[in-house]
Design a protein around this ligand. Sequence first.
Ligand code: PHE
Length: 349
Amino acid sequence: MPDSMQDLIASWDGEAVVIRYDRESGTWIFVAMHSSKLGMPIGGCRMKVYPAPADGLRDVLRLSRGMTSKLAAIQFHFGGGKSVLAIPHAMEGPEREALLRRFGRLLEHLGGAYATGIDLGTSPEDMAVIAEETRWVFQGDPEGGRSDPGPYTARGVLACMQVVGERLFGGLAGRSVLVQGIGGVGEPLARLLSTRKVRLLLSDLDLDRAKRLAAEVGAEVISPGEVMTTECDILAPCAVGGTLNPKTIPSLRCRAVVGSANNQLENDADADRLAARGIVYAPDYIVNAGGAIAYALMHQGTMDEAVINARIHQIGDSLAAILDEARKRNESPLHAATRRVEEVLAQAS
Ligand code: PHE
């Protein structure tokens, strides 16, 4: 695997990447613009401590590609991008705010080459700080208390679980669902599922957090080390990516994977490994488009919650069409989804 920064960029199929070393905080800032074919590249800002700066770059490059696929699949006029703030240590208070301001000013200088939003490690409050420095940030509807895309993403995940549950088991009732990671999407997803007569299993690196939510919604807690080997009907990865790989796939004991995490597969070939094991893999960028849909609609001035939710619910129909296509052609759902994305992008050029 290439790992110098120049190797990573040379082997990437995107358009441009902006790199800034933020001396004041010791943070590496990466802004990846994967594709502007369908419109302005957009994608969230991930803030995380990485083992090395190149790991942050690798993440942003892959994540931005995922955004291109996601946005092409839902057919909004936006391209794919992403930003990563590879911080040297967890940052709060004035230090965090100052970094976010400098990041905001960088986006302002880029002048709309990319617009950001929430992703793992950033919050509505962070976006409000960035918005004081630049226009190029999606905030949803802060006055209406709708600035977090997480709950919208969760609704799309649930719609997809219903489709998969219907096909595999004739419905979700009585089935077990394991939610891995109860953050911005995992938590609202767990709450939605708790009203759906499923047997709910929760896991999080922060065990106390998992225990608290489990007690509240009536779920069992699974320790993080056991997630990939626990028997369940549907596994929902809702945290970091890369959890489905040649090491974990052989030991999975689920019937389907339907979750919100971006880049769940370490490599595209892992989709075939899952298919060979008879596990239905719902492509991540189809399943997790709810937040992007909500942001895009609100950006266009569509504020009606019922309209937004109806559009998000349609993700389930898209997934159903992809699963049908995959079955017909005897290929993995990821193949079918990728073809769809390529068709949309080809029509645009
Ligand atoms: N980070 C979320 C995602 O990956 C939400 C988001 C969508 C943020 C679009 C910015 C732009 O879908």
